[in-house]
Design a binder for this molecule. Structure first.
Ligand code: ADP
Length: 654
């Protein structure tokens, strides 16, 4: 068989030439796979398969196929149709080809050089090939990585990404940068990226500094105010990285940043409110603490540590905390903490107790307050709180309590002394007033004798004097009577019992001589209730009030008095309503005092003691008095009395 240099002969063919040996050695030694195949065609001369004639030792490593010599390709693996087409073409056209293809069945990529070999009729092709799967994967990875990077670069609209050259002139500009900074890519490309800095930063050389830090350290933090195209500012936060070319020489920068103006504002507000809180805590001299009930551990600040006297080398466990609490308060505090952790008080904790400082045993009073935080299952997760030294307050409280106790004792003592003096005075005045009765009686007797026995001999003037004398004596007498009554009301024993007011009221109106004349003018709105009172005192009150109601009447008006009762709180209020002259507002409080009168006694007779008696008597029955008045139209006096706790079926009074 003839061989030409470009169509080498089959290597297994006997050859006596040195070149044959040489080729054989080469065939065995090369790293690439090399095989010689014979193309098999169908009747229409379509390539359908090929048979391996010869393979070199590297073939197995390059393909993973073993013992292939003499076997057909389709027996070994189902390659893509193109593999047969291409090699068929080489066999037919005698044109060598070079290509890179994947052989899926072998899970490999091959770089292939196929060329015809030997006789055209032999349909033989030599294939020199190399498994390039790894290289392909790396290339593919790189390609995908680059694609992903491009995608990130373009789609990261939240991030401005700016690539610049070593002079910081912009070379790439993503849509995020467009959105954030306001420049379109075509108007910024080629311009200096420094225009994104504020004037102040540019003036102080910040762009250069940032670039040199990025170059030196591999990155530069980019946390500053930036400037948009329209001049507005935003707080940009991100990083700047140096870029290097294939030879690792610097060839520019990549800057990535985000608008963090809003976050910065929130952070700034948070910082400020934290500062205010810290200031408030400092000013209030509050200690702060946090307790974790699961670990039974606390974090405490310096002030709390100082207050409880916890040495720095002591772990702040719950037991240490308990140790610092005064033994007298410990159990109670522990108990309350337990209850609050179990949800009592809605997780609000507040307590005051004594602390005995661990370091020096000094005793302090503290007020602790806290808020318990619970998880979704209602278990306490942690407690955050404050503690305040209230020793001064507690000392002051103690002093105050002592003082007020002393004061109370003094007041009690003084009141007792005063009561004694008043008692003595009352006894004295009672006896004086009482003793005045005897001389007065004798004045009256002698005046009467004078009138009866010498009246006829006296002239008119003398008789006038005598009448005045008698009137004064009568007035003096009623004054003495009233004052003595007042004294009695004030000093007599006043036991309280249920009194049937309805019955008493009727008795007074129907039987008392002073009401006989006008009793039809008094209307009692029955039934009046049974009250808790004193019959004698009540009688005094009722007759005085009725007296006044009938007395303070314009001369031309027929009196009309209504007595009625109503429930008022847990008491009864008894009203005495008249249609008399009324009382001007400014006198309403005064008239219950002793000797307070609004009229001369020749207009309306009286001593000014009646209402004082009412006031005192009601007071002694633990009641109150008052009035409403409509000058010219009438007055409505009321007394408010207790009701018996269990009203008996019928009460007959004392
Ligand atoms: P006295 O009736 O003896 O004058 P009181 O102490 O009973 O004394 O009354 C004090 C004053 O209150 C009376 O002088 C009168 O001015 C006024 N007053 C009391 N009751 C009435 C009333 N029902 N209507 C008008 N004024 C009254």
């Amino acid at each position: 068989m003839e061989n030409s240099p470009d169509t080498p002969t089959c290597l297994d063919e006997p050859s006596s030439t040195g070149a044959g040996k040489y080729y054989r050695a080469l065939f065995d030694a090369i790293d690439q796979g090399l095989c010689i195949i014979e193309l098999l065609f169908d009747k229409e001369r379509r390539p359908v398969d090929f048979r391996f004639i010869e393979v070199n030792p590297a073939f197995e490593r390059q393909t993973g196929l073993k013992d292939v010599a003499g076997r057909r390709m389709r027996e070994l693996a189902e390659l893509e149709e193109e593999w047969f087409q291409i090699h068929g073409r080489v066999a037919v056209t005698r044109e060598p080809v070079r290509f890179t293809r994947q052989a899926r069945a072998l899970e490999r990529w091959f770089d292939v050089y196929a060329f015809p070999i030997g006789d055209p009729e032999a349909n033989r092709v030599a294939i020199l090939f190399e498994d390039v799967t790894r290289r392909r994967r790396v290339e593919e990875g790189l390609r995908q990585g680059e694609q992903q990077l491009r995608l990130i670069f373009e789609s990261a609209t939240e991030y401005a990404m700016v690539v610049s050259d070593c002079e910081r002139n912009v070379t790439r500009w993503n849509s995020g940068a467009e959105r954030l900074l306001g420049y379109r890519e075509e108007e910024i490309l080629g311009r200096s990226g420094d225009i994104l800095f504020t004037e102040e930063d540019r003036a102080s050389g910040q762009p250069q500094k940032e670039a040199s830090i990025a170059t030196e350290k591999g990155r530069a933090v980019n946390e500053r105010w930036h400037r948009r195209k329209d001049g507005t500012r935003f707080w940009g936060s991100g990083l700047m990285f140096p870029l290097r070319d294939g030879d690792n020489a610097p060839n520019g920068f990549l800057k990535i940043m985000r608008d963090r103006t809003a976050e910065r504002e929130v952070e700034e507000n948070l910082r400020q409110s934290e500062e205010r809180l810290r200031l408030a805590i400092d000013t209030a001299e509050l200690g702060t603490w946090e307790y974790n009930p699961h670990e039974r551990l606390s974090f405490i600040d310096e002030r709390t540590r100082e207050l409880f006297g916890v040495p720095h080398d002591l772990e702040t466990t719950y037991d240490v905390y308990m140790r610092a609490i005064h033994p007298g308060d410990r159990e109670r505090v522990n108990d309350l903490v337990g209850r609050v952790l179990n949800g009592e008080g809605n997780g609000h904790y507040r307590d005051e107790y004594r602390v005995v400082r661990i370091t020096d045993g000094a005793e302090r009073w503290v007020r602790a307050a806290g808020r318990v935080h619970f998880d979704a299952c209602g278990r306490a997760t942690h407690v955050i709180g404050t503690v305040l030294d209230i020793s001064d307050l507690m000392n002051a409280r103690e002093v105050l309590a002592r003082r007020s106790e002393e004061l109370e004792r003094t007041v009690e003592e003084r009141t007792r002394q005063l009561r004694d003096i008043v008692q003595q005075l009352e006894t004295f005045s009672y006896s004086v007033v009482h003793d005045m009765r005897a001389p007065l009686r004798s004045v009256r007797s002698f005046a009467n004798i004078l009138e009866e026995e010498y009246g006829a001999r006296l002239d008119e003037t003398a008789r006038g004097y005598l009448r005045r004398l008698q009137a004064s004596v009568a007035r003096m007498d009623s004054l003495i009577t009233d004052v003595l009554t007042y004294s009695r009301v004030n000093s007599s024993e006043a036991t309280l019992a249920p009194v049937n007011l309805d019955q008493l009221m009727h008795e007074i109106v129907e039987q008392y001589p002073q009401f006989q004349e006008s009793r039809q003018n008094v209307i009692i709105q029955s039934p009046l209730p049974v009250v808790l009172g004193n019959r004698a005192l009540l009688t005094q009150c009722i007759s005085n009030l009725l007296d006044n109601a009938l007395k303070f009447m314009p001369a031309d008006r027929a009196p009309r008095v209504l007595v009625r009762a109503e429930r008022h709180g847990g008491r009864t209020r008894v009203w005495f309503e008249d249609n008399g002259i009324g009382i001007p507002g400014e006198y309403r409080d005064r008239i219950f005092g002793l000797f307070q009168r609004l009229h001369r006694s020749d207009q309306y007779p009286g001593t000014g003691v009646g209402l004082a008696i009412v006031h005192k008597a009601v007071e002694r029955m633990r009641g109150t008095v008052g009035l409403e008045s409509f000058p010219g139209r009438g007055s409505r006096f009321w007394i408010e009395l207790l009701l018996p706790e269990k009203r008996p079926a019928s009460a007959t009074g004392e």
